[in-house]
Design a protein around this ligand. Sequence first.
Ligand SMILES: [Zn+2]
Length: 1136
Amino acid sequence: MRLKRTVATVATLAIITICFGIYLTMDLAIFPNRKTSIQQEFQDNKWLHFEGRLKQLEKDLNKNHDAVGEIKQAIRHILPSSTENSNKIVKTIEEPMGMPAPISEMIFDSSCPIKVTYPPRNDIQMLEMYKDMKFDNPDGGVWKQGWNININENMWNKHHKLKVFVVPHSHNDPGWIKTFEEYYDSQTRNILNNMVDKLPEDPRRKFIWAEISYFSMWWKDLPAHKRDVVKKLIKSNQLEIVTGGWVMNDEANSHWISIANQLYEGHQWLHMNLNYTPVSSWSIDPFGMSATQPVLLKEIGLKNMLIQRVHYSVKKQLASQKDLEFKWRQLWDGTGETEIFTHMMPFYSYDIPHTCGPDPKICCQFDFRRLPNHGLNCPWRIRPQPITDANVQERSITLLDQYRKKSQLYKTNVVLAPLGDDFRYDHSVEWDVQYNNYQKLFDYMNSNRNLHVQAQFGTLTDYFNAVKAEKKLSEFSSLSGDFFTYADRDDHYWSGYYTSRPFYKRMDRILLYYIRSAEILLSLAHISGKPGSKWIAHKENGLDTIMTEARQALALFQHHDGVTGTAKDAVVNDYGQKMLDAILKCQNVVQRCTNLLLDGLGADNQASETIFYNVDDLRQKQDSLPEQYTITIGSEVSVKKVVIYNALTFNRHETVSFLVSTPFVEVLGYNDKRIPCQIAPIFEHLASMSQSKYKVSFVVNIPALSLVRYIINAINENEMPMESSLSTVQIYNLQADVEAPKGFENVDISLSPSEFTIQNARVTASFSEMGLLKAMRIGHQTYPVHLDFAKYGVQQQAERSGAYLFLPNGQATPLAASNTVVKVITGPIYSSVSVKIPYVQHTVTLFNTTGADSLGLEIENIVDIKETNNFELVMRFSTKINSTNEYFTDLNGYQVLRRKRFKKLPLQANYYPIPTGAYIEDSDTRLTLLTGSPGGGASLRSGEIEVMLDRRLMQDDNRGLGQGVVDNRPTRNIFRLLLERKTHKCQTTSDNHPSGFHTISAHVALETMMNPLMRMLRTDDNDVTSQTGYTPITTEFGVDMGLSSLKTGVILDNKEYLGMILHRKYLDICFSDRVLLKQFPLSDGTVNISGILPPSVANSKINRAPLTFLSIQESVDVQKKIPICPMDTKAFLLHR
Ligand SMILES: [Zn+2]
C-alpha cells in the first residue's frame, strides 16, 4: 500500500511539474518560496491558492477528470507534510477512488436542538396563525381592538385572591425629539435624582429602570452616599434593572452582533458598578418584535421577557386563547432548549390609559399625573380625582374591575399593571401623587376581604415570580416565529422605518464592521507577546478605552429611534457625528495594532501619536460619502506599500482596489513577485475621465484573521509588464467625444445603444441597451433576471406615509429612463457596468476570482432623491422563478424566515425587514439578494423581489415625531445578487418549514460584503523593519463557524479576560457542488479555539460564559475540539 502510494506520488508529481510550467506561464502566480520568514501556514495558503487555480487548468486544458483528480490527490498528500501541526478540516467521507472529499453536509450532534426535517412541533406557529387569521378590525367597544370582557366575581375567594402588581416605570429614549444629552439634562437626570429621594420614603415603593446609557451617565456625577442608597434599593428589591442593555434596541434593523454588543455594554457596566445581573427583559416600545431577541436573551441567561408592540389582531387572537404568555422558541428548535418565558402586553400602548385594563377612559383616571394643575389631560374627558376617604371605595372598585377584566386574558390569577410613560416621574410631585394615591387604593383593596384581592407595587420580576409560582411552565403554550410587521391600528403598518434614513442605516453596518475588526486586531496584538503588547490593551490608558467609547456609540444607535431612522433631523445628525467619531477611533486602533503585529518601529511607544497606516476609507463629515485616498506615485516616489486585513475566519481570495495617480503601475504580492492587476479610468462627469486618478485592482490572498503586505509601484509607460492590464472601456449611447487620458485612448464609443454581456467563470450577465441587468446564465442555462427601479407615492388621504408608516398609493410605478449613457469596463480581474438614471448612479460588477466576491453580481447604488416629493424608491428583480406567494427574509442577520404574501393584507403589511438579505426560490433555482444595509422589502408577485432604497416624505405620520423625512442625502447602498441552481431532489427542510437557510455561497458572499478586506496605506514607505505579513492561525474553522466577537478588557470579579463569541450557521447545502465545497469548506461541527490563537497563548485557560460574560462557567480544554450546534452562539472567557 505504502509502496503503491509512493509510486503514485512520484508519477503525479511529474504531472504536476509539467502542469506547473503551463500554470506559471498562464497565470504568473508564484510558487511559494520555502525560505521566507513568514509562518508555515501562510505558505499552505499559497498552496491552497495553487489548488484553486488548478480548477482553471481543469477547464482550459480540458483534461479528463481522472487525471486532474490524481493531481489534486497528490497535492493533498503534499499538503499535510507541510502542515503537520495544522488541523485542516477533517474529511469524513472517502470517495470510491480513495480521494478525500470535502464535507458535503452539516455535521452536528444528534442532541443539538436543530430539527428542520419536520415542521415545528410547538403549540403556536406564527406563519400558520397568519394563514388562519381574518385580519378584520371590528369595533370591540371600550377595548376597541378586542371585545367586551365579562367577569364572574365568584371566581375569586379568600383562598383564591387576585394578585395585582403595579410596576412603576419611566420610558427614556436615548435620543428622539431631543438628543441623548439634551434629554438627560432636561429630564432623565431629574427622574433618577427623584428616584433616590422618593423610593426610600416607603419600603413598599418599587421602580424599574431599563436604559443603562442614561443610568451610567447619571452615576458618574452621583455622590457616594447616594450611590449607597441606590445599592440599598437594589438589594431590598425596590429597584430592579430590567434587560440592562445600553438602550432598548430596535429589533428590525439591528444586526444581532450589535444587539449582543449593546447588551454587553450595559451588563459590563452593571457588573462593575453594582455587581448586578438582570433577570427579566422589558421591551415596550420597539416597533415589532424579532425572534432573534429571545434567543440572545436566553444565551445571556435572562429568565423572562416582556413585549408590547405587536399587531393588534395578533394580540386579540392570542388573548382569545389566553396565550399572551408563552414560551418563545426558535423555529428550528425541536427540543425546546431555546425557550424563554414571554409576556405580551394586551392593549394598544404602554401608557397608563392602556395598562390597567381594557377601558382607557377608566385607566386614564388612575394616572394621577393627569390630576388638574399637572399639565396633562385625559383625552376621554374624565380626569382623575385625588383618592380620599370619601371616594376610595368607589375608586378602588372601579380600578379593581379593570384589573379583574385584564386578568381574564391570561392563564394565571396574577395581573401586571405597568404604571408609567415616556420620561415620567421627572417632577418629585409626580412621585407623591402616583405612589400616595395608589397606596391608598391598595390599602383599601387589601383591607376589604370581600374584594379578594392583594394589590401592591412590584418589580417586573416580582410579577414573573408570582406567575411561575402559580403555574408550571409546562402549562403555557410554546410559540415560534416573530411579530413583524407591526400595525397599531387600521392599515397603519410600521414598515416605513425599515428604510427611513438609509444613509445612517448603512453607517451602522460600517461601524459594526470597524468595531468587530478593531476588537479582533486589538486582541491579537494584546496576546501576541510582541513589544507594546502589554500597554496596548491596558484597561485605563491603552486602546481598550477607545474601543469602549466606539462600542457605546454603536450601542446608542441600536435604540429604537436610532437605527430605525425615526428621530428629529438634529438628533439624527448627532448620532451620525457619534458614529463618525467611533469609526475614526476604530481606524486608529486598527492602524496601531497593525504596526505592532507587523513589528513596525514605534509599536512599543505608548505616547506616540504617529499614524503608521491610513485606513483607505476617508470620511470628511458625518453625512458625506466615503472616499478613497489617491496614492500619488510617479517618477519621484514610485513605491507604495499597502496592507490588507482579513477579519474573517476563512481564507479570502478576493479583489481589492486602490486609487492611484498614474495608470502605469505594477503590483507586487507576497515575496515581492508581480501579480496580475487591472487598471481602469475614473469617470468624473457623464463620460469624462480623470487625468489624475485611476483605479488599480488586484486579487489578494489573505488567510483568516491575517495581515498581508502588497506593493504598488509606478513604472514607465513603456515598461508595463504583462501582468498589468489596462481595462477595455466601452461607452454606449454617447453623443459626444471623450477626452481620454493616456493609456485609454482606444476607448470604444458607440452612438447607439446596444445589448451586451459580461462574464466570469461562474456567471454571465446580460444587460439591456439601457445598461440594466436582464438575464443571468449559470451553467448552460439562461434565466431572465430583470432589474428595474420603481417608485411609490403616498395616498391622498389624511393619513400619509412618514418616518414610521408606509402607506403607498397602490403599486409601484417603474421609473422611466431613456438614452442612458452606459459605461462598460472589462479586464482580467473584473468587469463593470455603470449607468446614471434618474436618482441613481447604478453600477454592477462581476469579479473574476475564486473568492466569495465572484459568486454573484455586486450592485452599488448611489441614491439621491432630494429633488422629489413624497417619493419612495425601490429596486426590483423580476424572474421566472415560480416562487408563488412565498419569499424569505432574515432577522438581524441571525436567521431566515419563510414569509407569505397574503391578499387579505394591504401591500405595506407584506413588507418585511430585510436587515441582511432575502431570497425567492422554486424547485430548481434560488435568487438571493444580500444587502449591505437594512431596508424594507417584499415579493409582491411570483418571481419578484424588491427592496426599498430611500424614502422622502413631506409630512408627519402622527406617531409623535412631529416632522416628515426630508433630510435625504446622497447614499451609497451595496448589494450582492446570487442566482443558484438546486441539486436535483435535494431538500434541506421539510416542505413549508417556516425556517429558511442561506446557501453556502450566499453565506460567504454576505459575510465578506459585511466585512470587506480592510485596505491600509503605509505612511512611511521607507520603513524597512515591518514584516510582510502576520497570521495567528493554524486551523480554519470552516465557513459555517464564525468568530462574531473577540474583545479585550472583559471584567469579571475584578479580573480581566478576553471575551470570545462564536456563532455557527445552519446552511442549505442543496446548492453546492464539489468545487464550491472545496473553496469554502464546511466545519466538522467542532472548533479548536487554540487554532486561531497565536502559539504563545494556545495553552491558555478557557471557560464557557453567558453571552455578556456576566459569570464564569465550566472550563474548556483549549486544545480539544469543542462541538457547536448549528444556529448556536457560544461565549468563552480566555484567562489573561
Ligand atoms: Zn421609545
